[in-house]
Design a protein around this ligand. Sequence first.
Ligand code: 2AM
Ligand code: CA
Length: 266
Amino acid sequence: MMGWESIDTHAKQWIKEAGEKIRASFHQTLNIQTKSNANDLVTNIDQEVEQFFISKIKEAFPDHRIFGEEGFGDKIEDLAGVVWFLDPIDGTMNFIHQQRNFAISIGIFEDGIGKIGLVYDVVHDELYHAISGKGAFMNDEQIPSLKETSVNEAIIALNATWVMENKRIDHKLLIPLAKDARGTRSYGSAALELVYVAAGRMDAYISLRLSPWDYAGGVVIVEELGGFATNLKGEKLDYLTKDSVFVAKPGLHETILKEYLKEGKW
Ligand code: 2AM
Ligand code: CA
């Protein structure tokens, strides 16, 4: 078995190459299609970037499996061995509409345990990365560990969807938290929002029904810094199917869970 550092070196090289491809695509006409609903978008670039990673991973690490958003990877029904959670473009709507506020997200797990997290903000050339136990970085800069904070001093990443009538949850449940927090933000890319928590720019992130490739990479980075990542019930995240996601600084995670989330049916 090759060491994690070597896997990390390969992954970083590929993520930079993929970023170059995405930047080059800004001058091309995109082929845009919808998936599960009219706002769930995919482009030829999402698909090409996923296929690029899969060919690289399969060539270098034939025994690794890939759980990718666009479905070109493996059918993953268990987490045995090394699994790459791959989102070639997290924040596809932003990619299409804004050409910013999206990221490539990669989480590399062994037997269900996060080992490497990589989230690449392609437009800003900012690579957030961590190898479990070895610290977390933004490019070459080490990110300091997360410190405790209170709800009324916290900026919480929360999409307006969850505080207005919606088909997934009782929208009234999260209103008190949005009111009590210092502020709320929504960037439209789960991976970026997770690394913004890691970097201390926000204090917590809440979303419903994300897929493992949206959060696997970011969670490794947040946890490396002492942050907590669970679903909205406070349980361990599911990496085989969709789950709600609640990530926060230490202390704040416990407070929000106890005082704002415990009544909800998530
Ligand atoms: P995506 O861009 O890779 O699809 C948007 O609020 C965030 O939620 C993005 O990280 C987006 O990831 C994710 N998301 C997950 N499932 C989604 C869906 N069905 N439709 C739109 N965004 C989704
Ligand atoms: Ca995606």
